[in-house]
Structure formats: structure tokens, C-alpha cells
Design a protein around this ligand. Structure first.
Ligand code: ADP
Length: 601
């Protein structure tokens, strides 16, 4: 029996009102309201990053760390191991593509009241990047002088240890539902300074007491209720934000209900910005949802200019409703805005995006540079910055020690993310074997709600358990993720499609060199060391085009070769990555411009 210690991951984690814009083919009764901010919004603004002074230290050699693992025979046989673990189903490929959009002009915008409505907020309720983005954007907007509040469901599995002063704010909020009403309590609390309201319904459905955030058969009903409750709460408490900012399909009914119902009840002021973080999940559902939420004219909503699903004419599509009824629609990078509208990555919403293109654009996500900060991160043993980058290697040692990996000159290549086909799982798997066979170590932290996928990776883990160069951790663990970001040398992100991607941004913040597939926000943020046309000091990683083994190997090989043969160049890359500015500064400005454009003045 091998002495390897298994680390258990913590179990998861208007006068002139908002009107739907006319569609081209058949004009609806409603008239167009959202004048274009500017066709296609922002790319990240160019910034003259300072060139790093030429570094000298070699990035690897480490003092000895106990190496309790028995070495496995090399090379590791990918074919043999894969034939013995549960099957991983391949999925269709996403195409690569070009161009980013220009940044908008900058101008001062007066402060406003912004209400965020979201199904996630980091760190209390986080499944992926959405939670980080809502937290980071809310904080940035507050720092710019705006009043920001956030409405969330009150899940029973939230990280309550991150909520301060949780108190009942509103009792007996009667939320209309199927012709009757469900009573709800609204709670108030601070999440690291952000003002949050949590909606807790009291009914036999137990919508948010399921121990999970998503993946329930009645997800559409759960979040439709949340939308209705959020509006009812704002109405009853007289909250009239200038802008309501909704995120993904879970909150897409808010603009529909606001326009069709709540403006007639007095909420004529708020305008809606709707951000799509992932086009794949759209909330396509049956007519039932209309009755539940009180949208009582099915023939009105079941229209291709409104909520009728573009692919399934017997279904309604909540995300489509969000696009049609919002005053402005964004997705999370300029490149992905183009991919979704013009390159077939809109999962059936391409036509809708074209019809509404005058109010549609891409704003690159930012990263909360205080939350993700190698100088102060409480979850890493050694703090560092560009000037003290050698200390990063203390974290590398700590990571090796935590996972019982061998101490050696080898680079550590990491993957962190949801184990979802979107992330290029076959390529992640191949990256493990390719790294192990090419003088590198590999660390993975990920999980999936699908048992089959978890079983596949657990199978790999079992087979590689004795390897002194590999550790696969199946689970969700925020704190462990930070140690990996700080301790790894490279981060592989081989996504098939990636609306923005935060893992490459976090990796860069921690001086970990990203190796990414050329798609979505990865193209907007990572600039290839060898082939980018950017100035040398802006090149911050490796980019490969094709979502296949050969494509990814080309990126990995170049990175590993540089690490061994040109350590100084590799160090330059690390420093350039750390100096890249992917804070909320630029995106915050873009969103202020959008809000200012749509708000009633
Ligand atoms: P997505 O939103 O598609 O999941 P992103 O790259 O935008 O992907 O964001 C992923 C976020 O979730 C990052 O903050 C990443 O560190 C975190 N994350 C993903 N999987 C895990 C995990 N298993 N444990 C800890 N953090 C994770």
C-alpha cells in the first residue's frame, strides 16, 4: 500500500420604459428603446505595460521535499490506462476565430443605484466564474461611488461563514405563483462588504433547500420563482434602482416581468442590463412557466419575436426573453460576442442576437485584484509580488508537499475547472499523460455534477495514484485552488469554447503561465510568446489553435521547452503575466458607460 495521503476536497461550492426591441421579420407591438451604445462594445483598453527588468534566477531547482512515492515506470501509457477507466464521451468541436472590438470612449458618469440579481455570488454561492464576476463587478461599481445591492436565493448550502450580520429584512413577502402566492422571508447580510438580500421561500417545494445550486429537474421553476420574488421585493420595498443588472438564464425573466407586468404596477424607472456568461444553458422550457409566473397570455409570449425557442417551437426560451426585453445585452468578452452572433456559438440564439445587435456587445470580465492577490492571499504559505517572485517557489514546494509529489526540477502544469465538455476534457486528459511523458508534473482540481465524468477522472486518479509526478483532486475546494494557482508553473486551459475564462486570469495574477486554446476570452487575454503580434512585454503565455492532441501538444511542448532551455525567457513570461492588468478597472468603466447609456435621465 502506497503511503500517499489523500487530501479530501471540501464538498461543494419609465416614462420611456424598458421595452423589447423590434425584431426584423415580424414587428411586435412594442417599440424599440435601446439606442445603440455603440455597435459592439469594448475590448480591453490597451495599456502600456512596463517592460520587466531582465530577470536572472532560474525558475526551478528546489530544496528537497520528502518524496514518499514510488516512481512509476515511464513512459506512462495513456492508451492502456484509458482502456481501463470509464468512457469519456467526446463532444462536437468549437471553431477558432478572429478579431476583438474597439474600446469605447471614456467619459465621467454620475453615480447611480444598481441592483444585481444573480444566482451566484462568490464566495458564498459560487459554482464557476459567474460568482466571481458578480462579486467583483459589484465591488468595482461601489468603489466608483455607485450604490449597489445584490439579490440572491437563500440556498441552504451557502458558505454562511462569509455572511455577516444576517438578519430578517422582510417577512411574509407574498410572491404570486400559479394564481396563488408563496410566502417568503427576505434576509439581509453583508458578504465581504457587499449588501445582499437573500430570498427564502416557504413552500413544500423547498426550492433552495436542496444542498446544490443547480442540476434539479425543476431548475426553471426554482429560478422563475426567484425572478418573480426579486421584483415583488423591490416593488413592496419601494426600491427603484436606475439599473437592474441580470445574469444568465436564471434571471432572464426579470426584464420580461418588469416590462410586461411590474412597470404597470409602478416600477417605471429601472432599465435592465443582461449579461450572458454562457450561451449553452438557456432555460428552454414548457408553457407551464408562463402560468406559474403570471404571464397569462401564452399566445403573446409564444411568438418568435419574444420567448419562443428558435430551435424548438414548442418551447419557450428564457435567455431569449432576456435578450429581447433588456435594454442592453452583454456577453463576457468581445471575441465571444462575435463568436456567439456570427460564428455559430450562440446555441440557436444567433438570429436573435443579430436582430438585437444594436444593443449587444462584449465586455471582458475583470478579476478582483484584492481577492486574488499573491501578496496577501491567506490561503498560500508564501506571499510574493513581481519583485519577490522567487518566493513563488515556496508555494511550489508547499503544493508538492500537500500532494506528495516528488521534488525535482520539473515544472508543475495545472488544470483547475469544472469537469465539463466545454473545458475540453479529452484534451485535459491528454495533457496529463503528455506532461508526465515530457518531464513535467501535473496537478488537477475539478469536479462535475455528472457522475460519469467524475468516475472517469477518479479512474485515472486511481491508475496514476503511485505516480510521484501527478495528483488529481476530484472535488471543489476554493482554498486548495489558491495554492495551486500560486504553486504551479503553468496552467492549461484547452477549452472547446470559453466565453471569457477566469482561470487563465487568476493564473496570470499569480505568475503562472497560461497555455490556452484560441477561443473566446482566452484570445482576448493571452498573447502567445512566439507568435503574437503584440510587443514582447505584453506576451504572457502560449496559445494553440486546434482543439486536438497535436494542437495542444504544440503549445505544451513550447512551454516546457522554454522552461528548461530558456529559463530567463520563461521568467519574463511570468512577470509579463503578473503585470497584465485584468482588474475590474477597464470593465468597470465599460459597464458604467452602458448603464449611463440606458438609464432614464
Ligand atoms: P466557468 O465559469 O465556466 O466555470 P471560469 O474560468 O470563468 O469558468 O471560472 C471558474 C472559477 O471557478 C475560477 O475562479 C476557478 O478557480 C473556480 N473553480 C472551478 N473549479 C473549481 C474547483 N474544483 N475548486 C475550486 N475552484 C474552482
Amino acid at each position: 500500500m502506497h503511503p500517499k495521503v489523500e487530501q479530501k476536497a471540501a464538498a461543494p461550492a419609465p416614462a420611456k420604459k424598458a421595452e423589447p426591441v423590434k425584431q426584423a421579420a415580424v414587428a411586435p407591438a412594442a417599440s424599440s428603446v435601446a439606442t445603440p451604445l455603440k455597435p459592439g462594445t469594448p475590448a480591453i483598453a490597451e495599456k502600456p505595460w512596463v517592460v520587466a527588468p531582465t530577470p536572472t534566477a532560474k525558475p526551478t531547482p528546489q530544496p528537497a521535499v520528502p518524496t514518499p512515492k514510488a516512481p512509476v515506470s515511464t513512459p506512462v501509457s495513456e492508451e492502456k490506462i484509458i482502456s481501463e477507466v470509464p468512457e469519456l464521451k467526446p463532444k462536437e468541436e468549437a471553431k477558432p476565430a478572429p478579431v476583438a472590438e474597439p474600446p469605447p470612449p471614456k467619459h465621467r458618469v454620475s453615480p447611480m443605484f444598481v441592483m444585481m440579481i444573480s444566482s451566484e455570488l462568490a464566495p458564498v454561492a459560487k459554482v464557476g466564474g459567474l460568482g466571481d464576476v458578480v462579486y467583483g463587478l459589484a465591488r468595482e461599481l461601489e468603489m466608483r461611488g455607485n450604490a449597489v445591492e445584490i439579490i440572491l436565493p437563500k440556498y441552504n448550502n451557502m458558505r454562511y461563514d462569509h455572511i455577516w450580520s444576517l438578519t430578517r429584512a422582510y417577512e411574509n413577502l407574498m410572491v404570486p405563483w400559479y394564481g396563488g402566492a408563496i410566502p417568503a422571508t427576505v434576509w439581509f447580510g453583508f458578504v465581504h462588504g457587499r449588501k445582499c438580500f437573500f430570498i427564502e421561500p416557504h413552500s413544500a417545494d423547498n426550492f433552495f433547500n436542496r444542498g446544490v445550486y443547480y442540476g434539479q429537474n425543476d431548475d426553471v421553476l426554482r429560478f422563475a420563482f426567484f425572478c418573480r420574488a426579486a421584483l415583488e421585493f423591490m416593488l413592496k420595498t419601494g426600491k427603484h434602482p436606475d439599473v437592474i443588472h441580470c445574469h444568465d438564464w436564471q434571471t432572464a425573466l426579470v426584464p420580461v416581468l418588469l416590462y410586461e407586468m411590474y412597470q404597470h404596477l409602478g416600477m417605471r424607472h429601472p432599465r435592465v442590463c443582461f449579461t450572458i456568461h454562457n450561451f449553452r444553458h438557456q432555460g428552454s422550457t414548457g408553457e407551464n412557466i408562463l402560468r406559474a409566473t403570471g404571464l397569462n397570455r401564452p399566445e403573446h409570449y409564444f411568438h418568435h419575436d419574444r420567448l419562443k425557442d428558435n430551435n424548438n417551437h414548442h418551447a419557450i426560451n428564457l435567455m431569449k426573453g432576456g435578450i429581447v426585453y433588456s435594454n442592453f445585452v452583454t456577453t463576457v468578452s468581445p471575441r465571444h460576442a462575435w463568436e456567439a452572433k456570427d460564428d455559430g456559438q450562440g446555441f440557436g440564439l444567433e438570429h436573435t442576437l443579430h436582430v438585437h445587435q444594436c444593443k449587444y456587445g462584449g465586455v471582458l470580465n475583470g478579476l478582483d485584484y484584492d481577492q486574488f492577490n499573491p501578496e496577501s492571499d491567506p490561503h498560500i504559505p508564501a506571499h510574493y509580488k513581481v519583485q519577490t517572485i522567487e518566493k513563488k517557489y515556496e508555494n511550489k514546494r508547499a503544493l508538492r508537499s500537500r500532494f506528495w509529489l516528488a521534488d525535482s526540477e520539473k515544472p508543475i502544469i495545472a488544470f483547475i475547472g469544472r469537469l465539463d465538455q466545454q473545458k475540453g476534457l479529452e484534451l485535459v486528459r491528454h495533457a496529463i499523460f503528455h506532461s508526465l511523458n515530457n518531464r513535467a508534473q501535473f496537478v488537477l482540481l475539478g469536479n462535475s455534477p455528472e457522475k460519469g465524468i467524475n468516475d472517469h477522472f477518479l479512474g485515472l486518479k486511481q491508475h496514476l495514484n503511485d505516480s510521484p509526478d501527478c495528483h488529481l483532486e476530484i472535488g471543489y475546494n476554493e482554498e486548495l485552488a489558491r495554492l495551486i494557482y500560486a504553486g504551479a508553473d503553468m496552467m492549461i486551459v484547452p477549452s472547446r469554447y470559453e466565453p471569457c475564462g477566469l482561470t487563465q486570469l487568476i493564473a496570470m495574477r499569480y505568475g503562472t503561465v497560461p497555455i490556452v486554446r484560441a477561443c473566446g476570452g482566452l484570445v482576448d487575454t493571452v498573447f502567445d510568446k512566439d507568435y503574437s503580434n503584440r510587443p514582447l512585454h505584453e506576451r504572457n503565455g502560449y496559445v494553440f489553435d486546434h482543439a486536438d492532441n497535436a494542437g495542444m501538444e504544440s503549445g505544451l511542448n513550447r512551454a516546457i521547452a522554454c522552461y528548461y532551455q530558456y529559463p530567463e525567457h520563461f521568467r519574463h513570461l511570468m512577470i509579463n503575466a503578473m503585470r497584465s492588468d485584468y482588474s475590474w478597472n477597464h470593465p468597470g468603466e465599460h459597464y458604467m458607460n452602458i448603464y449611463d447609456h440606458i438609464r432614464e435621465k
